[in-house]
Design a protein around this ligand. Structure first.
Ligand SMILES: *[C@@H]1O[C@H](CO)[C@@H](O)[C@H](O)[C@H]1NC(C)=O
Ligand SMILES: *[C@@H]1O[C@H](CO)[C@@H](O)[C@H](O)[C@H]1NC(C)=O
Ligand SMILES: *[C@@H]1O[C@H](CO)[C@@H](O)[C@H](O)[C@H]1NC(C)=O
Ligand SMILES: *[C@@H]1O[C@H](CO)[C@@H](O)[C@H](O)[C@H]1NC(C)=O
Ligand SMILES: *[C@@H]1O[C@H](CO)[C@@H](O)[C@H](O)[C@H]1NC(C)=O
Ligand SMILES: *[C@@H]1O[C@H](CO)[C@@H](O)[C@H](O)[C@H]1NC(C)=O
Ligand SMILES: *[C@@H]1O[C@H](CO)[C@@H](O)[C@H](O)[C@H]1NC(C)=O
Ligand SMILES: *[C@@H]1O[C@H](CO)[C@@H](O)[C@H](O)[C@H]1NC(C)=O
Ligand SMILES: *[C@@H]1O[C@H](CO)[C@@H](O)[C@H](O)[C@H]1NC(C)=O
Ligand SMILES: *[C@@H]1O[C@H](CO)[C@@H](O)[C@H](O)[C@H]1NC(C)=O
Length: 856
């Protein structure tokens, strides 16, 4: 970011050399404060193949710019009918451009004919109708070896002429074509990257009288420049002659001649000139005597810069010493006494181990110390001495990026009260002490991107104290996971307009956090782990950035809150165009995720909101059917009917999903209660099931073999209640004695001690051939006996299969009151033959009973 601004600054400075640099600096900061232009130059309009030439052309939306290209098909200059301001013709196989082919392009302001590797000939007069052209570039056409003296005829308004990297070898051929009578307004001529080797004395003679201000002849393999060669260029201010092989004495000579002739250069580029160990002192002395304000010495090799390396250079304002392999700088090298007007000092890309107190002079506006690696064999942390900047009251821009800065303390920046821009990006910064930025109360831009800030520390308000005027904060890729509502760092920077938080690990941001940022215009949250949010963010905080980026997060659907937020942003920005970018998320295009959104939009959405979604470009990432297709497409195909079914299902699902644990819990508790309460019955049912299986098997074998069932331990089980015990005793004595010797199971007598009563009953029933129920009024009344009846009844039912074998034997004692008779008992007494106890004739009763039991 800052590098771009330097270029801008230097450019601007060069073009307008007389203006005040302080204003320039302010312009830079204003320029930086404007939101960055995100989308690059796009050429969305296809113009298709231009028929006469075979070139393919595209244009910007408003057709200010047309670009034509076409490797093998594009054989002649395209005949464009549309009136654009800018035309580029590149990568074609055009060999020759003839007179008349460009006549219809008289409206052009900028024409670029570049990288046409077959282009050899430009016919004289071909530009003669391009009277509006301001900027012409004919570059990277490597087979173009020369131009004729009349090639540029007619370009009466041309200001910029760029002829970079063609096949030119003789500068004398060219300069005839640049005569001021042909190009009266030419200001900037760029002849870089052509192989001239020498610039003879008469090279620029044909240009005598020109208004040229800037000449570039970088990288032209120059090893000789005649001392008088630049003298015809009386108005030249800026000479860029870097990356050649000129020795210092040659440069000295032509500079001296220029001074003699009253050519007042303001800027000279001597980068990559092969200067070693020390800048050539004699040359520096001469430059010190000129009006040169900007001296570029980058890409030379000056390991140590001593106190006396530079002479007193009163005019110098910008000194570029980037990438000169500097290891150390003596304390008074840039003493204000020697450089009273130095405003910009560029020391980036060297091997300096840190910034120390006396390196700096208090007149500086901009200091670039970026990208200093320390000494290569043993890299160290970049050191900033305590109170280093104490004297730098005027410093406005400080670049400390790409250094191995480890920590910042409250004394690091003391003195920088006027600093406006500070960059510490791509460092190794993991500690920022409380109050670090407090002295920087005029700071407007702070870039802390790509530092491991969150490794050892949570960001706290005290760290950012004092940044009341901060407008732009960049915290990209700082490993931030949360912002804390109770210690909100943004309360320290109420005037923030741009907040860049991309590439962190944020999954959630609350309205409370954003609330202090009333002036926010740009919010970049791309490349985080954000998910759909459930409480309004912008609506609740009232902030209205007109650009917000949520690209490349984990957002799966649009919650109502999100829709409300988008609606709010779209509705509340007056005339400015709103950007809300949700590209590259993981939208799931199904009813569950989208139906509510859709409904809300239909009912409550404004026109703008609908238009926003209609024009949106974000894609679905699931389900399979919709993967890779546009979310807008999905929304437009949602039909009420299709999702209505879903809605009903979803209500049920909601119940199941919202209270699954509760339901499970209730079911489990109920089951446990039932089991405890009815454990007897459960045992019984289990027993019956077993029994049924067992009996069925037995029955099968009985039927097939026609054998009388055998193997019962008892002849009969007697079910009775305690009140009838006497009768049972009597029954035992009647049946168990000889000669019958029947064996009866009576539960008081026969049950194993300690065995669970019902289990014993069940076992006993299972092992008995008959079941005798002693039915009396008491029997009917008692619950237990009733249970036993049921048991016996079921036992009987299980065995009922049409055979005459019926295990149930009923003995009725006395009359039974109707109210005590259960359905089963009633049924039994109705359907079965029972033996009624007859007190008057007991012998007859016992006989009958015995007959039943010993039958078969
Ligand atoms: C040359 O330019 C003029 C306007 O400056 C225009 O009217 C004229 O048509 C152009 N000539 C051709 C051949 O297009
Ligand atoms: C000259 O070229 C420079 C650099 O490309 C550009 O910034 C400037 O606007 C051009 N001037 C004109 C008049 O086109
Ligand atoms: C610079 O080059 C000129 C001629 O090419 C030569 O005479 C002179 O000695 C050179 N000076 C240095 C310092 O190399
Ligand atoms: C260069 O500066 C000198 C002295 O300041 C002045 O006399 C002369 O006119 C200037 N030359 C040009 C071309 O502006
Ligand atoms: C800096 O912090 C230290 C404690 O860490 C404190 O003693 C000192 O007063 C602070 N200095 C300033 C200028 O705030
Ligand atoms: C800055 O750091 C980031 C992350 O560590 C890296 O991706 C990026 O390339 C670095 N920038 C430069 C110019 O080296
Ligand atoms: C940062 O905050 C989290 C959660 O509040 C806490 O668990 C953690 O210990 C904090 N880390 C430091 C270095 O203070
Ligand atoms: C915030 O900015 C406004 C204008 O943009 C300005 O009036 C106000 O003084 C600034 N607040 C602070 C604390 O600097
Ligand atoms: C929006 O633009 C219209 C005219 O284009 C203007 O009248 C109105 O004041 C502008 N509103 C805002 C808030 O800038
Ligand atoms: C429309 O908005 C109202 C008020 O905010 C809300 O009650 C209603 O549920 C919304 N309609 C839909 C379909 O979401």
């Amino acid at each position: 970011m800052l590098l771009k601004s330097y270029l801008w600054l230097l450019l601007c400075y060069a073009q307008n050399a007389s203006s005040n640099l302080v204003e320039e600096c302010e312009a830079v900061s204003r320029h930086l404060l404007a939101p960055p232009d995100r989308p690059g130059e796009t050429l969305p309009v296809e113009l298709g193949v231009e028929e006469t030439s075979g070139c393919y052309c595209r244009a910007t939306t408003k057709v200010e710019l047309i670009v034509c290209f076409g490797n093998y098909e594009c054989k002649s200059f395209p005949q464009i009918k549309l009136k654009s301001e800018i035309l580029r013709v590149r990568m074609t196989v055009i060999v020759k451009i003839s007179e008349g082919q460009l006549d219809t392009l008289y409206h052009l302001k900028v024409l670029e004919i570049e990288a046409n590797h077959k282009l050899q000939h430009l016919e004289a007069g071909l530009f003669k109708n391009l009277t509006n052209l301001r900027h012409l570039s004919i570059s990277y056409n490597t087979r173009l070896h020369t131009v004729g003296p009349k090639t540029f005829d007619g370009l009466i308004n041309l200001q910029n002429l760029t002829l970079v990297n063609n096949g030119f070898t003789n500068i004398l051929d060219l300069t005839i074509a640049f005569k001021p009578s042909i190009l009266p307004l030419l200001k900037w001529l760029d002849l870089s990257e052509n192989t001239f080797e020498t610039i003879p004395e008469k090279a620029f003679e044909p240009m005598e009288g020109t208004k040229l201000k800037k000449l570039d002849i970088n990288l032209c393999r120059l090893d000789f420049v005649h001392q008088n060669s630049f003298l015809p260029l009386k108005h030249m201010k800026e000479l860029n002659i870097g990356e050649n092989d000129l020795n210092a004495s040659l440069i000295e000579q032509f500079l001296l001649r220029m001074v003699d002739e009253g050519i007042n250069l303001t800027s000279i580029d001597l980068s990559s000139m092969g200067f070693r160990r020390q800048p050539p002192r004699a040359l520096l002395d001469i430059i010190a005597q000129t009006s040169i304000k900007r001296l570029e010495l980058s890409h030379n090799q000056f390991e140590v810069i001593y106190d006396d390396t530079f002479p007193k250079m009163v005019s110098l304002e910008i000194l570029d010493l980037r990438k000169v392999l500097a290891l150390s700088i003596a304390a008074n090298a840039f003493d204000p006494y020697k450089f009273p007007n130095l405003k910009v000092l560029l020391l980036g890309g060297n091997n300096l181990p840190g910034v120390h107190k006396k390196h700096l002079s208090d007149q500086l506006l901009l200091l670039d110390m970026s990208n200093n690696k320390g000494m290569a064999p043993n890299p160290m942390y970049f050191e900033i001495d305590k109170d280093t900047f104490l004297q730098c009251k005027k410093l406005k821009i400080l670049d400390l990026s790409f250094n191995k800065i480890k920590s910042l303390y409250n004394y690091t920046f003391t003195g920088l009260n006027n600093l406006q821009i500070l960059s510490i990006e791509n460092g190794t910064l993991y500690y920022i002490g409380p109050g670090t930025f407090k002295p920087l109360y005029n700071l407007e831009v702070l870039n802390l991107a790509n530092n491991p800030l969150n490794v050892n520390q949570n960001l706290t308000g005290t760290q950012f104290q004092g940044l009341n005027k901060l407008k732009i904060l960049t915290l990209s890729n700082c490993g931030i996971r949360y912002f804390y509502e109770d210690d909100n760092i943004f309360e320290m920077m109420p005037n923030l307009t741009q907040l860049i938080l991309n590439n962190n690990q944020l999954s959630y941001l609350s309205a409370e956090i954003l609330k202090p940022l009333k002036f926010l215009e740009l919010l970049d949250l791309s490349e985080n782990l954000l998910v759909s949010w459930w409480r309004p963010l912008f609506l609740a905080s009232g902030i209205k950035p007109w650009r917000s980026y949520f690209t490349n997060n984990k957002i799966s659907h649009f919650s109502i809150s999100m829709i409300e937020d988008i609606n709010f942003l779209l509705e509340n920005r007056g005339n400015s165009t709103i950007t809300i970018n949700f590209m590259d998320n993981v939208f799931s295009c199904d009813c569950g995720a989208m139906y509510k959104t859709y409904l809300w939009m239909q009912v409550n959405g404004t026109k703008n909101l609908k238009r926003y979604f209609d024009h949106s470009k974000f894609h679905c990432s699931g389900p399979d059917l919709w993967e890779g297709r546009l979310v807008s497409e999905y929304l437009s195909t949602i039909k009420n009917l299709r999702c209505l079914v879903y809605k009903k299902i979803s209500n049920v699902m909601l119940l199941m999903w919202t209270a699954p644990s509760l339901v499970t819990l209730i079911i489990v508790v109920m089951l446990v209660i039932i089991i405890i309460k009815y454990r007897i019955y459960i045992t019984y049912w289990l027993f019956l099931a077993k029994l049924a299986l067992g009996r069925k098997l037995i029955k099968k074998s009985l039927k097939t073999e026609n054998v009388v069932p055998k193997g019962y331990k008892f002849d009969a089980f007697v079910s009775y209640c305690n009140e009838d015990r006497e009768f049972v005793t009597e029954m035992l004595s009647q049946l168990e004695t000889t000669p019958y010797n029947l064996k009866l199971c009576v539960y008081e007598r026969d049950f194993e001690i300690g065995s669970f009563i019902s289990e014993s009953v069940l076992t006993c029933i299972n092992e008995s051939k008959y079941i005798i129920l002693i039915i009396s009024n008491n029997f009917a009344k008692s619950q237990w006996c009733r249970w036993e009846t049921q048991l016996a009844e079921y036992h009987r039912l299980f065995l009922e299969d049409g055979s005459i074998y019926d295990p149930l034997v009923l003995v009725k004692i006395g009359d039974i009151e109707n109210k005590y008779l259960t359905t089963t008992l009633k049924y039994l007494l109705k359907t079965k033959i029972y033996h009624a106890w007859n007190e008057n004739n007991p012998e007859e009763f016992w006989k009958k009973l015995r007959c039943v039991l010993v039958k078969r």
